[in-house]
Design a protein around this ligand. Structure first.
Ligand SMILES: NC(=O)c1ccc[n+]([C@@H]2O[C@H](COP(=O)([O-])OP(=O)(O)OC[C@H]3O[C@@H](n4cnc5c(N)ncnc54)[C@H](OP(=O)(O)O)[C@@H]3O)[C@@H](O)[C@H]2O)c1
Length: 241
């Protein structure tokens, strides 16, 4: 039987490519799921798809840029599940552009979605994660590890901050039995990658890239590792590019 059966997973970005794939993988393990995103229609469709395999599924449509949305999520975890074992941060936003041409408001938004939201949701759920000796996954990006790609400054800066957050947090919570992992996917076929291709002005062929299921499968394998081990950084990239 899977070690993750009956564990409660909170997945942000569940209405998107990698987050939805995480939901399917964890449902197949028999986990309980709280699916978070803004698009209620997509969350409901995903909920219907996975409800047969998952122990239990709830959805929460909220904007996690806002404190209200973050607090509503923490309240839903407490009221509907009584706590959390697996916190999967798959929320993300890409905006590209040269520093010279990019208004600071874009950096503010990239920071709020890609760094502030995972930071604050982690803080709100940390007491429960520590009590349950849970696990935290930050879905980062190859852009957040040694970033130097021109025209990616805002996204890469926020994702680099997420690397720092994960690494510092690990040193604080390992002693409470909480594991922290960062996944660094390369280009992955999703709405975000279609957007990146549009920004780069090149044709988009989703088959060429990592599939969201590839990333989710690798993450779930790492989550199921015995407690004598901790996989801290998972770098995964397309095989042929
Ligand atoms: N695709 C890639 O090539 C790639 C590569 C490396 C890393 N990543 C990272 O992987 C993660 C998942 O991305 P993806 O590829 O699955 O892209 P995606 O399909 O665009 O998913 C992004 C998710 O973030 C959610 N989101 C964005 N803003 C939000 C907000 N203000 N409040 C609540 N939810 C919000 C979206 O929900 P709604 O649409 O419902 O608002 C959506 O579920 C991101 O962290 C991304 O940076 C992606």
């Amino acid at each position: 039987m899977s070690l993750l059966r009956g564990q409660t997973a909170v997945i942000t970005g569940a209405s998107g490519g990698i987050g939805s794939a995480m939901a399917r993988e964890l449902a197949a393990q028999g986990s309980e799921l709280l699916l978070c995103g803004r698009d209620r229609g997509r969350l409901e469709a995903l909920g219907r798809e996975v409800e047969r395999e998952a122990s239990r599924v709830e959805i929460l449509a909220a904007d996690l840029v806002e404190d209200e949305g973050l607090e509503e999520t923490a309240r839903a975890v407490a009221e509907k599940f009584g706590g959390v074992d697996l916190l999967i941060h798959s929320i993300g936003l890409f905006i590209g552009g040269a520093v010279e041409d990019s208004p600071v408001e874009e950096l503010d938004l990239l920071y709020r979605v890609n760094l502030r939201s995972p930071y604050q949701l982690t803080r709100l759920l940390l007491p429960s994660l520590q009590e349950r000796q849970g696990q935290i996954v930050f879905v980062n990006s190859s852009a957040g590890s040694g970033a130097d790609r021109p025209n990616y400054s805002g996204y890469a800066a926020a994702k680099s901050g997420l690397t720092a957050l994960a690494n510092a947090l690990r040193g604080e919570v390992n002693r409470h039995g909480v594991r922290v992992m960062t996944a660094y996917p390369g280009r992955t076929a999703s709405a975000m990658q279609a957007e990146v291709h549009k920004f780069e002005g090149r044709p988009y062929d989703p088959q060429r890239w990592l599939q969201p299921e590839d990333v989710a499968s690798a993450v779930v394998h790492a989550l199921a590792l015995p407690r004598s081990a901790e996989l801290t950084d998972l770098h995964i990239r397309p095989m042929l590019s």
